[in-house]
Design a protein around this ligand. Structure first.
Ligand SMILES: CC(C)(COP(=O)(O)OP(=O)(O)OC[C@H]1O[C@@H](n2cnc3c(N)ncnc32)[C@H](O)[C@@H]1OP(=O)(O)O)[C@@H](O)C(=O)NCCC(=O)NCCS
Length: 149
């Protein structure tokens, strides 16, 4: 597996993975927006053959804080450590830019993702009723960027 920064050419594959893995609908422009806003915080995982199989989109929320806007790994490639590696890479990137707090919102029913983040040092900070466009609830989780488990 190869982890590298995302480029414009990756966007169609990233979009396809997002659409098949995430519950929300996203406009394709959202991904270009993240890429322009913080190129270093957009990271992909590729198979040995070079195919993009997962990605993470980070956002800068302030001088000391980054957000995880999107994280997804293609279904058939899950539970192989790819999501962990994407998260760890984003955390390291944030540290090099002086940001030590990382936050994210996750659907309250997404137990797999909540457990994934909890096992990697995140704690539940607050609940966000009606956070999603379809009226679903989210929880906000917070972690440090230096804790790299
Ligand atoms: C969350 C996600 C990115 C994790 O990616 P991954 O490559 O499978 O992650 P890893 O292989 O590094 O780690 C998987 C961990 O999650 C657990 N896990 C993954 N899928 C699971 C599932 N369906 N049910 C229970 N646990 C699950 C594994 O047991 C493993 O836990 P552990 O290593 O702490 O014991 C991936 O499941 C995914 O794309 N989910 C759909 C999109 C999503 O929910 N994104 C997050 C919203 S913010």
């Amino acid at each position: 597996m190869i982890i590298r920064q995302m480029s414009e050419e990756d966007l169609p594959r990233v979009y396809a993975i997002a659409m098949s893995s995430l519950d929300e609908y996203y406009l394709p422009e959202v991904f270009s927006y993240f890429l322009n806003q913080w190129p270093g915080g957009q990271i992909v995982a590729c198979s040995a053959a070079g195919k993009v199989i997962g990605f993470i989109c980070g956002s800068r929320l302030g001088p000391d804080r980054v957000g995880i806007a999107l994280l997804a790994v293609e279904r058939q490639n899950r539970c192989q450590g790819i999501g962990s590696e994407l998260l760890a890479t984003l955390r390291r990137r944030a540290v090099t830019e002086g940001a030590y707090t990382v936050q994210l919102e996750v659907r309250i029913e997404n137990k797999a993702a909540i457990d994934f983040y909890r096992a990697r040092g995140f704690i539940i900070a607050e609940s966000l009723p009606m956070f999603y466009s379809n009226g679903g609830d989210a929880i906000r989780m917070i972690g440090t960027t230096v804790q790299n488990s």
